[in-house]
Design a protein around this ligand. Structure first.
Ligand code: C2E
Ligand code: MG
Ligand code: MG
Ligand code: MG
Length: 288
């Protein structure tokens, strides 16, 4: 009986492992074909300046629409792409699409593209950036690269070098999901970030936790000292916008303003923007 129970446990264990492994293998196999089959698309989510209530920039977010798996979130397939090395092809494709859209569909908006550590750490990345910009004849000021802090820690020296080369190219650099990693003042000063994106976790708790508000204030002060712009991620409620405007955050991004959408839809939103209602707290100077 003990033997049977033991075998049962093992079977249960292997079949559970099997399910996630099978999903993973399917994603891996299908992801290899996704680019060639045109299954990837790029959506854009606007960032709104709180002083002027204008859309100055937008973040490019990749989507995968698979014929039978349905839509797979980047939160699930980007890690697979990173582990398999496919991220370099996918990343280059997203970058090219974003530059093309920045040039032809969304002129006047700076487009922020997410880059994985694996991409940025390659010496070839800067040359790829340069050649994509020249292929689409896009001035580098219209492009921003978003990087997540925790991933940079893997190889700090090559990351620092590459980020400085990107900056010299004239492309902006944003630190994504700020506050969730290991950043210290010394660390922040080593990297040439133009912008800090305050992680959604702090914005989510802004109205309920006094800590969150204190942390956001501290991040804004830190960014001010270092001369960096600030964007709050995941703003969903008007009350969050009011607090962020009051404490002097530069810009917001989140479902309150708009969900990520196709480039043409965002271009249309930009055309209608002036005629849309504007929140009262936007444009007020912070009371210090
Ligand atoms: P991220 O760069 O931090 O992007 C922000 C994520 O928050 C996006 O999820 C966006 O849709 C979501 N979001 C925006 N506003 C709100 C809000 O108000 N509430 C909530 N609950 N969520 C909001 P998404 O598109 O699923 O992307 C997830 C992550 O996948 C991204 O996080 C980024 O790390 C990664 N990713 C997306 N596209 C790319 C890409 O082209 N390359 C790489 N390397 N990573 C990508
Ligand atoms: Mg991002
Ligand atoms: Mg983020
Ligand atoms: Mg993220």
């Amino acid at each position: 009986a003990a033997k049977a129970a033991g075998r049962g446990r093992v079977e249960c264990f292997t079949s559970e492992l099997g399910t996630s492994q099978r999903r993973r293998m399917t994603l891996e196999r299908e992801l290899r074909e996704a680019l060639a089959r045109n299954e990837l698309v790029v959506h854009y989510q606007p960032q709104v300046d709180l002083q002027t209530w204008t859309i100055r920039s937008a973040e490019a977010l990749v989507r995968w629409n698979h014929p039978t798996l349905g839509s797979v979130s980047p939160g699930e397939f980007i890690p697979v792409a990173e582990d398999t090395g496919l991220i370099n092809n996918i990343g280059a494709w997203v970058l090219a699409k974003a530059c093309s859209d920045a040039k032809h569909v969304l002129p006047g908006l700076r487009i922020a593209v997410n880059a994985s550590a694996a991409q940025v750490q390659r010496a070839a990345f800067v040359n790829e950036l340069r050649s994509i910009l020249s292929r689409y004849q896009l001035s580098p000021e219209w492009l921003e690269v978003e990087i997540t802090e925790s991933l940079l820690m893997e190889d700090v020296n090559s990351a620092v070098e590459n980020l400085h080369a990107i900056k010299e190219l004239g492309v902006r650099i944003a630190l994504d999901d700020f506050g969730t990693g290991y950043s210290s003042l010394a660390y922040l000063r080593r990297f040439p970030f133009d912008k800090l994106k305050i992680d959604r976790a702090f914005i989510r708790e802004l109205m309920t936790t006094s800590d969150a508000r204190a942390i956001v204030r501290t991040i804004l002060q830190l960014a001010g000292v270092l001369g960096m712009d600030t964007v709050a991620e995941g703003v969903e409620e008007p009350a969050q916008l009011d607090v962020l405007a009051h404490v002097g955050c530069h810009a917001i991004q989140g479902f309150l303003v708009a969900r990520p959408m196709p480039a043409e839809e965002l271009a249309d939103l930009c055309r209608r923007w002036e005629s849309l209602p504007r929140p009262e707290s936007a444009g007020n100077l912070p009371e210090s």
